[in-house]
Each structure stands twice: as structure tokens, then as C-alpha cells.
Design a protein around this ligand. Structure first.
Ligand code: NAG
Length: 372
């Protein structure tokens, strides 16, 4: 039998490091759209400008005012457009081309001009700033008679604002085929190929999806994009939950909003009135339900610096009056927290522990830590 010491009123200072994450990200969204061109020559399809290969290109017939048009399916604010000219011959055919961004699909030349292309050397890629021009269509056209439009690559670059979910860890209750959880935070709304750009669970009871923001943020809003291809009503009743607990996989955290419905392909914004949380969950109560998410965006402030004083009682057979023991205890606590996913916690004593004699016990000495 051992005499055990009972420590009371131990205070630990828990501090979260402040980390600045890169808020914006520039993404080439060209492949998220569907390209068409005014005419086709040989097998130089409109799609060849999006295949990542400089050696395969588009080609119109010889015609008046040829054009190539990319339908992005929704409005984007375009930062810049790049064009890669053909490497093999006749590089001057591109001279005089115009880059346009707008919403008019039928009359392409009525869309506002982002830039004119005086010339591009053979095989070179030139970048044209569009300064955030907004539109669903990106058009490259050459005004004039007897023209040929050939494009080997086109890039459409959009700057996405500080979405806190970007690059974070995603978990979902189950995965349907290739519809992995991360595809809900890839910026791509998946209007063309949802199976490679949206997330989905299998049909199950109470499916959920969760993003771990890694730090605690003050979340002001969450934007959910629903699928375009089918069954938009499947999202009805999904709950957006935000908080710091992983109890019930995070699905017991406070509710920001309940989604009544979102039309197919639409992005809906839910205002969360500054809820503090590290986890953002989508929880869909019910039986035989699919939770499908084409995009989840999280906006807010932070990370919120949290300093927490924790009082702990712990049983220890060794004396915490020795500095060495106190340092050792902190590192044990640190690794215990690490195992639970809190890698960014800094622990320090805010006051020396006081000890209390505890009554005799039969059980062998253990290091048990209990949070109060
Ligand atoms: C295209 O439509 C969007 C949304 O309706 C609008 O914000 C944008 O200004 C439009 N672009 C042009 C060039 O008219």
C-alpha cells in the first residue's frame, strides 16, 4: 500500500499560438467550364485549349470573326487570363485577338473586353490582367474577315477570398465512390464532373461532414453550394454546426443554421453571427439520406487567441514540488493533448501546485489526470 499525494488547485495556462494563414488563393478554373468554338477544323477541338498540353490546340475554319467561348456555369471575378500560342507555325494568326468576359452567350462580341492581344511569340504563354471583371463566359475572338483562331492553352485565374476551410482536414461519416470529403473544399462547384469535385456520403442514417479549421475562428458565415446535376432536395434539413467539441463527431455543437432548401447549382450564404469554433459540421438528420456537398466555404476572423486557465486535481506518487517533475507533467499532458489532435497548445504553470495528503488506497500508483 502506498501513500498518495493529492494535488489541489493546480493551474495551467493554455495558450493557442496565433498563426497567420494565407488568406487568398489564385486558382486556374478554366477546366471547370465547357468550351465551344465558332467552327471546327480538323480534329482541333475547343477542349484542346484546356488539356494542359501545348502541343494540342483548337482550330476554327477560315471565317469572319472566329471565337472560342468558355462557359463557367456561374459568375466569377476573373483576375487574369493566359493564352498559349501554337509553337509549330503561323504564330501571327493570333494577332488582334480580344479577350472578353461577360454574360452574353449569344452575341459574344457584346461582352466587355479585358485585353487585346497584339502578338504572342510561337509557343509562348502570355498573361492578361482582367482586374476582377465579372462574368460567366470567357471569350477569345478575332475580329475581321478570313481569320483563323487557334489556341493551344487558355488559363482563367480567379482569386478566392479568405476561405477558412481551404486546405484543412475533412472527415465525413461515409464516402460514396470517389466523392471524397475534400472535394467540398476544392473551390470547384463541380457543375461538369460532380464525382470528382463534390463530396457525398452513402445513403445512411444521420450522415455528416466536418472540416477541422485547425484553430478556433470567429465564424461569421458559411456558404454552401448545392449540386447541379440532380436531386437538390437531398440537402433539405441539413444543419450547420460550429464549435470546439468532437462529442458525437462534432454534431452536438451549436447550430448556425438549418438549410431549408438550396436550388440546384446555387450557393447559399448562412450568417453565423460570430460563432467561435474549430469544427464546422454539416449534419443531416434522418434515415437513408445522402449528404452531398459541392462546396463549403467558411468565412470569419481569427484565429481567436484563447488563453484558458484550467484547474486540475491529479493523483501522483511523486512530489510536484520538484521543478523537474512539474516540467515532466506538462510534457505528458502535451502529448496526451497531441494524441487528441491539439498540436498547437502551449502549456505552462501559472502558479505552483499545492499538495494535499490523500487517504490510503489499495490500488497501485497511477498517473491519472482529470480535468475539472
Ligand atoms: C454578369 O452577371 C453578374 C451576376 O448577375 C454581374 O455581377 C456581372 O456584373 C455581369 N457581368 C457583366 C459584364 O455584365
Amino acid at each position: 500500500m502506498k501513500m498518495m499525494l493529492f494535488y489541489k488547485s493546480l493551474s495551467l495556462l493554455l495558450g493557442f499560438f496565433s498563426v497567420k494563414t494565407k488568406a487568398e488563393r489564385e486558382v486556374n478554373i478554366a477546366t471547370w467550364g465547357t468550351p465551344v468554338q465558332s467552327t471546327l477544323a480538323y480534329n482541333w477541338y475547343a477542349q484542346n485549349a484546356l488539356d494542359g498540353l501545348r502541343s494540342t490546340c483548337t482550330h476554327t475554319a477560315v471565317q469572319s470573326d472566329p471565337w472560342w467561348k468558355l462557359d463557367l456555369m456561374k459568375t466569377y471575378s476573373v483576375n487574369r487570363v493566359t493564352i498559349t500560342n501554337r509553337p509549330d507555325c503561323c504564330s501571327d494568326r493570333i494577332n488582334g485577338a480580344e479577350i472578353r468576359i461577360g454574360n452574353n452567350s449569344l452575341d459574344v462580341s457584346s461582352n466587355p473586353v479585358c485585353a487585346a492581344v497584339p502578338s504572342i511569340p510561337a509557343g509562348a504563354t502570355y498573361s492578361y490582367s482582367c482586374r476582377g471583371m465579372e462574368g460567366r463566359y470567357v471569350i477569345v475572338n478575332i475580329p475581321g474577315a478570313s481569320k483563323i483562331l487557334t489556341l493551344c492553352e487558355v488559363g482563367v485565374y480567379v482569386i478566392f477570398p479568405g476561405n477558412l476551410a481551404t486546405g484543412r482536414t475533412v472527415t465525413q461519416s461515409s464516402t460514396f465512390g470517389t466523392w471524397v470529403g475534400e472535394q467540398a473544399i476544392d473551390f470547384n462547384p463541380g457543375f461538369i464532373q460532380p464525382s470528382s469535385s463534390c463530396s457525398s456520403t452513402t445513403a445512411q442514417t444521420n450522415p455528416w461532414w466536418r472540416v477541422d479549421l485547425h484553430y478556433i475562428y470567429r465564424v461569421s458565415s458559411v456558404v454552401i453550394t448545392n449540386r447541379l446535376d440532380c436531386c437538390p432536395e437531398r440537402i433539405d434539413g441539413a444543419e450547420i454546426r460550429i464549435g470546439n467539441s468532437l462529442e458525437n463527431n462534432g454534431n452536438n455543437n451549436p447550430i448556425c443554421a438549418v438549410i431549408s432548401s438550396i436550388p440546384a447549382g446555387v450557393s447559399s450564404t448562412y450568417i453565423c453571427n460570430d460563432m467561435d469554433g474549430r469544427y464546422v459540421n454539416l449534419f443531416l438528420p434522418g434515415d437513408s439520406r445522402f449528404l452531398t456537398l459541392c462546396e463549403v466555404e467558411v468565412y470569419g476572423e481569427g484565429p481567436v487567441l484563447k488563453k484558458t486557465f484550467v484547474k486540475m486535481k491529479l493523483k501522483s506518487s511523486s512530489s510536484l514540488s520538484e521543478t523537474e517533475m512539474r516540467v515532466q507533467l506538462l510534457s505528458q499532458l502535451q502529448s496526451a493533448l497531441m494524441e487528441r489532435g491539439f498540436s498547437d497548445v502551449m502549456l505552462q504553470w501559472s502558479q505552483p501546485p499545492t499538495k494535499e495528503a490523500m487517504r490510503k488506497e489499495d490500488s497501485p500508483a497511477q498517473c491519472a489526470v482529470r480535468k475539472r
